[in-house]
Structures are given as C-alpha cells and as structure tokens.
Design a protein around this ligand. Structure first.
Ligand code: FES
Length: 218
C-alpha cells in the first residue's frame, strides 16, 4: 500500500487501501468525544483522491484541479519539526506536541485538556483520559510516552484512509492516513512513515501535503 502525491494533482492511492468516511461526534457537554463510521467505500486496487478541494465528486478527483490550475507544491520539507516537539512532563506520562500539525479535531480539550492531564498523570483517571485524547488525535500532533516503560503509546489502527467530517461545526477535515501507509512525494521522496498522519484535502495548507488546519475558518 502507498499514497503518491501527484504534482499539482490528486493523491494516487495504490494497494487496495480501505477508504472510510467518519464523523467526529460531540458528547453532551459539547466536547469532541467519538468517531462514527458513516460509509465504507467498496475496495478498489487504485483510486485518486482530491487534494485541491474543488472536485464535484469528493473525496475522489474529477479532474477539476487542471481547470483551476491548482498549485499543489509540497512545502513540508524534511520534517525537521517532528524532531523538535514541545514537551510536557508529568509524573507517569510525557507528551510530545508538534503544534503545526493540528487539524482541529479537538479531542484534546475535554476534562481540562491533555496538557494539564499529562501534568496530573499520577492520578489514574487523568492518565486514562490523556491517553484516550492523544490516541484520538488523527494527525499525530499529540504523542504520549509512558515514563514507566519508556514506550510510545500508540493506538492500533487499521491500515486505511479516513475522510474526516465534523458536521456539528460544518467542517470538512483532512484525509486521515492510518496504520503506517507510506506517503511518497511527487519527486519520489518518502515522508516519515507514521501510524497517524493527515493529508490536506482543501488545497489551502501551508504544509502540503499535510494538513495544517487551514480548512477551519477563524
Ligand atoms: S485534485 Fe483533482 S479535482 Fe481536486
């Protein structure tokens, strides 16, 4: 399985990667809490996903990128930002935070927010909630380490691509690439393979091919 970022065009997906549409659901207090699977598309060996944001057949490409002369220049560079995260230390957890990967899924805000929960991670309930929040972060902005065994805490994710929608706020989120599927740039360079990454599908990111939250109007 792999995803090729074509020059000024769509993502070319190969290897029969499952494609799923999921929605972010709020809890009764208005915090993002759960993922809901809405549609599982029939498995295709190859397909092309829109990254310009203008297809009339989303999430698939319909060729509109050519008509609008989409500039899809990749600017994510060598990803040195992954090596310099902000670090929050707690008693039992360490949080790494790469802020410019935020896609505004907002799972991290509940119960005092993940930064405070990490600092209070000697309290079992705070620790458990911090882990749930980090594992729901689709982009891998937030990564927790267990200070007891030194291991990274990562969710087990099916190799798949999820089209993220957030109907409560009418936000159309990025493509969530799960389970360590390689993403290859237009010039053949492989990006760092991670369990969770999110790809821009609105065309506005300043960190292409990755989402930087630009789909959200502020
Ligand atoms: S990338 Fe082809 S229509 Fe958007």
């Amino acid at each position: 399985m792999k995803i090729i970022v074509s020059k000024n065009g769509p993502y070319l997906v190969e290897g029969g990667v499952p494609l799923i549409w999921e929605e972010i659901c709020n809890d009764d207090e208005g915090y993002c809490r759960k993922w809901k699977e809405v549609t599982r598309y029939p498995i295709e060996e190859k397909y092309a996903l829109c990254r310009c944001g203008h297809s009339m057949n989303k999430p698939f490409c319909d060729g509109t990128h050519e008509k609008i002369q989409f500039n899809g220049t990749e600017t994510a560079g060598n990803e040195s930002y992954l090596r310099h995260p902000k670090v929050v230390e707690g008693k039992t957890l360490k949080l790494e935070d790469v802020e410019n990967l935020c896609v505004h899924a907002r799972f991290c805000m509940r119960a005092g927010a993940i930064w405070n929960l990490t600092r209070q991670s000697d309290i079992p309930e705070a620790r458990e909630t911090a882990i749930e929040e980090a594992c729901n972060c689709p982009s891998g902005r937030l990564v927790l380490h267990d200070k007891g065994n030194g291991q990274v805490i990562e969710p087990e994710l099916e190799k798949s691509i999820v089209v993220i929608e957030y109907p409560v706020r009418n936000e159309h989120g990025p493509l969530w690439v799960r389970g360590g599927i390689p993403v290859v740039s237009g010039d053949g360079k492989s990006y760092t393979v991670r369990n969770r990454v999110t790809l821009c599908r609105c065309g506005k990111s300043g960190n292409k091919p990755f989402c930087d939250g630009s789909h959200v109007e502020h």
